[in-house]
Design a protein around this ligand. Structure first.
Ligand code: GLN
Length: 284
């Protein structure tokens, strides 16, 4: 590794090491160094001449190695920012993605429009990032956060506690909407929608397949969810589904089949990709 263990030379070394596997090698190196040192990014950038101790170098090296094996920075440092909040993550849950913030925005818009206490179900809650964010952003909500994975729910429970929304978020182990006893006002979900053989190697090797696997064509979970959703949604209810960028037409067709009189719209994320299908049962 580097003999001259300054911040600057360590970052150059780590960046070069990571550039073959990461599109953001310098940022990755800075984030891992921040984690090891317990420093802010501003401090890491400002103190380029500071020297690392042998122990600090020894702590950093395996983390750089893990990143070189395409593991997400989020798993290595144990958290990921989503909607301006920190979420604890481990390999039992999908790492929250920034594009999922669109679904949260649409849910919040709807809640503000209807201006009444809402019961929301987050199906396949994973880390709980959607459920916890909605509970934190909206004053009068009850969020039923469902997941089939008890290990995922353990992570979600930590995030619920961390963000002090225990009174509003109810964690439920079960399959899709099956555990919902009464219809809710809104169903939100970022279900597994990928075709495993088509996804990025780093995602495939490190993230839970249970959260990614949409079956042979990627639509298996949408089929089940959309078949079951009508009986679990109240009269003016809304469904918000995250989708893969090429899945819009097919998911909208499925939505029309199960919600024939609903208003169904497709929404794009900040990168311009189709990302959310919104089903509004009765137009207000
Ligand atoms: N956005 C994730 C990916 O492309 C997939 C998330 C999902 O299946 N819900 O890796």
């Amino acid at each position: 590794m580097n003999d001259n263990k300054t911040i600057a030379s360590t970052l150059v070394w780590a960046t070069n090491y990571l550039c073959a596997v990461s599109e953001t090698p310098r940022l990755d190196a800075e984030l891992l160094l921040m984690y090891v040192l317990g420093w802010s990014r501003v401090k890491v950038i400002a103190e380029q001449k500071a020297t690392l101790s042998t122990a600090q170098v020894a702590a950093l090296r395996p983390l750089i190695e893990r990143r070189a094996q395409r593991e997400s920075i989020a798993y290595i440092v144990g958290y990921k920012e989503f909607y301006g909040m920190d979420f604890m993550v481990n390999s039992s849950v999908l790492v929250p993605r920034p594009e999922t913030e669109l679904l949260v925005d649409l849910a919040i818009q709807h809640a503000h429009r209807v201006q009444q206490p809402l019961h929301i179900a987050d199906i396949g809650t994973g880390s709980g990032c959607i459920a916890v964010t909605l509970a934190a952003q909206l004053s009068e909500v009850d969020v039923y956060a469902v997941d089939i994975s008890s290990d995922a729910l353990k992570v979600a429970a930590k995030n619920v506690a961390r963000h002090k929304v225990i009174a509003k978020v109810h964690l439920i182990e079960g399959d899709l909407v099956a555990p919902l006893k009464t219809p809710v006002d809104m169903i939100v979900s970022n279900p597994p929608y990928t075709i495993l053989s088509e996804i990025d190697a780093g995602v495939l090797e490190h993230e839970p397949h249970l959260a990614l696997d949409g079956g042979v064509d990627g639509f298996a979970v949408y089929r089940q969810l959309l078949a079951d959703a009508p009986s679990k949604l109240g009269p003016d209810g809304m469904v918000l589904l995250e989708i893969g960028a090429t899945q819009g037409a097919e998911v909208m067709a499925l939505a029309h089949a199960h919600f024939p009189s609903a208003q169904i719209t497709l929404h794009q994320d900040l990168a311009g990709h189709d990302r959310v299908v919104r089903i509004q049962r009765n137009t207000r």
